[in-house]
Design a binder for this molecule. Structure first.
Ligand SMILES: Nc1ncnc2c1ncn2[C@@H]1O[C@H](COP(=O)(O)OP(=O)(O)O)[C@@H](O)[C@H]1O
Ligand SMILES: [Mg+2]
Length: 367
């Protein structure tokens, strides 16, 4: 019997639920060549959503490109992945390569073949990467029968490429691409800050901002119940709700905890508050060293604010909150919260503050 929960990977049905409205809106925008910025904290389901959409769009004949900037550690790598994605979407590949060579003069791809017989692209180290504007223009110039959909995931990682000039060149090129819809994805703090503070505001107007929110809580609770039930486990609604609550209803952590609870309850097939507690304890135990070192790297003032946040996360910049949690001035708390956001420990979530990792919060409560 297989665990009915999945986490840490791109998911599709039956592990992917909801998001119908988002799918409709995004499809509508992209097919009318409206570029978007899709942002949310990590692990809300951005990549899963966009991959699902790309698969659908491919079936409808759109040319799609997906580039995860996590994997792009150099300009050369960027070009390689872009070429590869273009070859995967345009057929026959021989013709595509000829076209690429016709548009890009300075860089010549080397082709080899994988075990499956599909062409694999690599570049020669002698290729100059000083000006790759021709490369940026490829989707716009190739196959104009249907619009292109180009996705840049984890776009904040563009900073690794000595971001500024690469990003500038990219932006300069793509505002002229009227046959391509772009999707920039990443977390709010980094991407948005970068785009809004950028001197070239034209770019900000070029793309529509869309925040991916959490999945409705009742829907998530039902998912948890249904998936336990599908493997003949018993779980009542309160316990399913409890799992979602402990995970702060963050899709990844809901599936992570539910998966651990499933493993814990595998013999009795009965989920109750004890099995949930045991699963949480196991998770915390596994991450003890990690949480503890993260905590001890913080200053004592930061630790104090974090401990306060672990028990109460609303109206935190008030005199009342300050007194109750024995904090320094409100302005100091504000500064510390900014810092904790910058460190990726907490994030802003509809007017309140939440931990990026709900288990770090659970661990702090036990400190
Ligand atoms: N629509 C969904 N329904 C159920 N679980 C989801 C959904 N989207 C994401 N998840 C869960 O969240 C995890 C992280 O998803 P991912 O798409 O990688 O998020 P992001 O790209 O925002 O970091 C997945 O492995 C899965 O466990
Ligand atoms: Mg992602």
């Amino acid at each position: 019997m297989k665990n009915p929960f999945r986490y840490g990977i791109i998911v599709d049905e039956p592990f992917f639920i909801n998001r119908e409205d988002e799918q409709k809106d995004i499809t509508q925008w992209l097919t009318t060549k409206q570029s978007i910025v899709l942002y949310s904290p990590r692990r809300y389901g951005k990549s899963s959503l966009i991959i699902k959409l790309l698969n659908q769009l491919k079936k409808s004949g759109y040319h799609t490109v997906y580039i995860d900037f996590f994997k792009v550690h150099s300009k050369t790598k960027f070009v390689e992945i872009l070429y590869q994605e273009i070859l995967n979407t345009l057929h026959p590949w021989e013709k595509t390569i000829k076209q690429i060579n016709q548009f890009v003069k300075k860089i010549k791809p080397v082709i080899s073949f994988g075990d499956d017989g599909n062409p694999l692209i690599s570049l020669q180290s002698s290729d100059s990467m000083s000006d790759i504007s021709e490369v940026f223009d490829l989707p716009q110039k190739l196959a104009k029968d249907k619009p292109w959909i180009v996705v840049f995931d984890e776009f904040q990682d563009v900073a690794k490429l000595n971001g500024d000039s690469f990003e500038k060149e990219l932006r300069a090129a793509l505002i002229h691409h009227d046959n391509v819809a772009y999707v920039f994805m990443g977390s709010q703090s980094s991407i948005l800050q970068n785009m809004l503070t950028h001197p070239n505001k034209a770019f900000y107007q070029f793309a529509k901002m869309m925040e991916l929110k959490k999945i409705n809580k009742d829907v998530m609770v039902k998912y948890v119940s249904d998936h336990f039930n599908s493997t003949d486990f018993n779980i009542n609604k309160d316990d399913a709700k409890n799992i979602v609550d402990i995970a702060d209803n963050i899709p990844h952590y809901v599936q992570y905890l539910a998966s651990a609870v499933w493993e814990t309850a595998i013999e009795s097939r009965m989920v109750n508050s004890n099995t949930i507690q045991t699963a949480v304890a196991k998770i915390l135990n596994n991450q003890l060293d990690y949480f503890s070192s993260m905590y001890h790297r913080l200053t004592s003032q930061q630790q104090k604010v974090l401990l306060a946040l672990s028990t109460e996360s609303k109206r935190i910049f008030t005199e009342n909150y300050k007194k109750k949690h024995n904090l320094s001035t409100v302005s100091t708390t504000q500064r510390i919260v900014e810092r904790l956001i910058h460190l990726g420990i907490i994030e802003k979530e509809s007017g309140s503050y939440q931990f990026q990792d709900p288990f770090f919060k659970s661990w702090l409560k036990s400190v």
